[in-house]
Design a protein. Structure first.
Length: 247
């Protein structure tokens, strides 16, 4: 039993270290097909792991990845270099055009503009801030038309470690032209100042989106408590698949 528990904990710690590299266990390609997605906005791209995942699933449309941290962006551009339909943008998305300091985590996908909650900062070796970096933030509404171009069905994926509400603040006009949104949301406060999952779901409903799918994600390695989950939202009235519409 001790051997089993030790291995289980090691597996969960490995999950922490590998955050951002998601095992394909949800029908993402079905969503991309059913909603006829021809442009994916990958916000919080880190080194391009999400884009590589959807490429491996068979998605061949445009990908626009946003990553402000210089070390991660360097790896992102290298990953996208041979893909003519994949572009990398060296800035974050938020609610204003500004320069801001980001907390760079030892586990790069956990980096955030918001401070890590003290309960997670203590003893979480993968999540501790190891440095800070001043980066550029822009509003999606200010760059949407230029970036999306002639694409008709846009998919917005947001993985910004508590900064999701600010991304929405800067994207309210753009959201009217987006078919589906995927966001990693928190069930408990992981980052000080973030909105929790129930608040974000209410906000998405008010913006005209209906919950579509939920995927559990980041868990506490000791207690197994679910801390974050990916929630998928479909724009109401948008037909998905044969004779199916978001309620």
């Amino acid at each position: 039993m001790k051997f089993f528990i030790a291995n289980m904990k090691e597996g969960l710690l490995r999950q922490l270290r590998n955050r951002g590299r998601r095992v394909t266990r949800y029908p993402l390609m079905k969503f991309l097909n059913d909603f006829n997605i021809d442009c994916v906005l990958d916000v919080g791209a880190t080194v391009g792991q999400y884009a590589q995942e959807i490429r491996s699933l068979g998605y061949d449309g445009r990908i626009e990845s946003f990553e402000p941290i210089s070390a991660a962006f360097s790896k992102l551009t290298a990953a996208a270099a041979a893909d003519s339909k994949w572009r990398a943008h060296a800035h974050a998305l938020g609610n204003a055009t500004e320069m801001m300091e980001i907390n760079v985590s030892a586990n790069s996908p956990s980096s955030s503009f918001l401070p890590l909650n003290a309960d997670l900062a203590t003893g979480s070796i993968d999540l501790k801030t190891v440095s800070t970096e001043t980066v550029q933030i822009r509003r999606l509404d200010d760059v949407f038309t230029e970036i999306v171009g002639s694409s008709r069905n846009v998919y917005l994926k947001v993985d910004t470690q508590g900064y999701e509400s600010r991304v929405l603040d800067g994207a309210e006009k753009s959201l009217a032209s987006i078919a589906m949104v995927q966001m990693e949301l928190s069930l408990v406060t992981n980052y000080d100042g973030e909105l929790l999952i129930e608040e974000m779901m209410q906000r998405m409903r008010a913006l005209g989106f209906a919950p579509w799918w939920l995927l559990d994600g980041f868990r506490h390695p000791g207690t197994l408590q679910l801390l974050q989950a990916d929630v998928f939202f479909a724009r109401r009235g948008f037909v998905a698949g044969p004779s199916k519409a978001a309620a």
